[in-house]
Write a protein that binds this ligand. Structure first.
Ligand SMILES: NC(=O)c1ccc[n+]([C@@H]2O[C@H](COP(=O)([O-])OP(=O)(O)OC[C@H]3O[C@@H](n4cnc5c(N)ncnc54)[C@H](OP(=O)(O)O)[C@@H]3O)[C@@H](O)[C@H]2O)c1
Length: 354
């Protein structure tokens, strides 16, 4: 029985959501309604204020996301919203709080029911759209830098996809930590990267990229953050300084291919393990997953979620990080929003507002 906690006098009895019904073009995404969900024990009902389009949804639309959810489902990797009701066992004082949530799916909706202990409060004064830009992107970037690579002031790092969602936050966090950043991106993004204190390099020609990074860092770089895979990953390994760290976190180059993903991931993990094992210069290579530990060490996972996301949201509220908002769309205009996100012409997060 949770009626004592549920929102009284809810204005709307239905929730709006966007459903990905199968392998469709952006126009095939379906906007639909369903009864307003109810928070069960340990849960909270969140009225979504902002969600975002990540590269993950672009992969999911093609059925090419590692750990692809079964169709049909509601996409939406993360969200910002206000708690409007709580279920049994949850402090009523949570109602009215603006929170951030990492959802993997379900964010493209007007309402979501979520585990209350995974909701991270958003600092006062921070807008929902701005906060949305650093949920999955900020968590991932912080984990890559500080949990995996453990970068130190004065080091030099190479960031692939430096203008992307994760990359934009990563380069800002690295600069804040006193790290020199070389960022690989298309030339049209170079001025914006320079404004963030990044030394940009073009990734169109891999040999030219390697030569340019060697010019900028003749002794090698202390860490590389690689979301591309394939030949780029091999180049990343070669560019490491002794004791350097390569952190892979995606195979973007596989998203548009047709080869099965699982063998590619197994080959990637095997290659990283082999490089680390055979390295004679103290270099290491590993994969980072923002979800690691969720099932095996759930309490630790929640603690990391609160600590890291809380820190990143705090840095945004303090003005250390700049929210890069590429565009805002009503949730119902999902097809146009998706097309823009997939066009690779926009810099910053495409944010959906229910
Ligand atoms: N392991 C984890 O825990 C974790 C967490 C979050 C995200 N991810 C993954 O990290 C990747 C980046 O996510 P995001 O949301 O930051 O993506 P995004 O905003 O689309 O950024 C991708 C970046 O990679 C660059 N890029 C270069 N070659 C590419 C290619 N062949 N295909 C696609 N992009 C290419 C893009 O440059 P241009 O714009 O110049 O094309 C862009 O800067 C995704 O694959 C996502 O699934 C992993």
């Amino acid at each position: 029985m949770n009626s004592g906690h549920q929102e009284a006098g809810t204005a709307t009895a239905t929730a709006t959501e966007v459903v990905l019904p199968g392998l469709v073009e952006p126009d095939g995404l379906v906007v639909s309604s369903r009864p307003l969900p109810v928070a069960g024990a340990g849960q909270a009902l969140v009225r979504v204020e902002a969600s975002g389009i990540s590269f993950a949804e672009q992969q999911m639309r093609r059925g090419r996301y590692p750990g692809q959810p079964a169709f049909p489902f509601v996409p939406g990797y993360d969200l910002i919203g206000e708690v409007t009701a709580v279920g049994p066992g949850v402090e009523h004082s949570l109602v009215g709080t603006r929170v951030a949530a990492l959802t993997k799916t379900g964010g493209w909706a007007s309402h979501a029911v979520l585990s209350a202990d995974t909701l991270v409060p958003v600092p006062e004064g921070l807008g929902a759209v701005e906060a949305e830009t650093v949920v999955v992107n900020g968590l991932t970037a912080w984990g890559l830098l500080h949990r995996k690579a453990k970068v130190r002031r004065g080091q030099t790092v190479l960031v692939h996809g430096a203008n992307g969602g994760v990359g934009t936050v990563l380069v800002q966090l690295a600069r804040h930590a006193g790290v020199r950043v070389i960022g690989a991106a298309s030339p049209r993004h170079h001025d914006a990267l320079r404004a963030l204190g990044v030394e940009p390099v073009d990734y169109a020609d891999l040999d030219a990229l390697v030569a340019r990074v060697r010019e900028l860092a003749p002794g090698g770089v202390d860490a590389v953050f690689d979301n591309i895979g394939g030949a780029t990953l091999k180049a990343s390994w070669k560019l490491l300084a002794p004791k350097g760290t390569l952190v892979s976190y995606a195979i973007a180059s596989a998203a548009s291919g047709t080869e099965a993903l699982v063998p590619q991931f197994i080959a990637l993990l095997a290659r990283l393990a082999l490089w680390s094992a055979l390295s004679n210069r103290g270099r290491s290579a590993s994969f980072y997953d923002v979800w690691s530990g969720k099932h095996l060490r759930p309490a630790h996972f929640r603690a990391v979620l609160h600590q890291d996301l809380g820190t990143v949201l705090g840095l945004l509220a303090d003005g250390v990080l700049t929210a890069e908002v590429g565009a805002r769309f009503p949730l119902t205009e999902i097809a146009a929003a998706m097309k823009l996100a997939e066009s690779h012409t926009v810099r910053g997060k495409v944010v959906l507002i229910p």
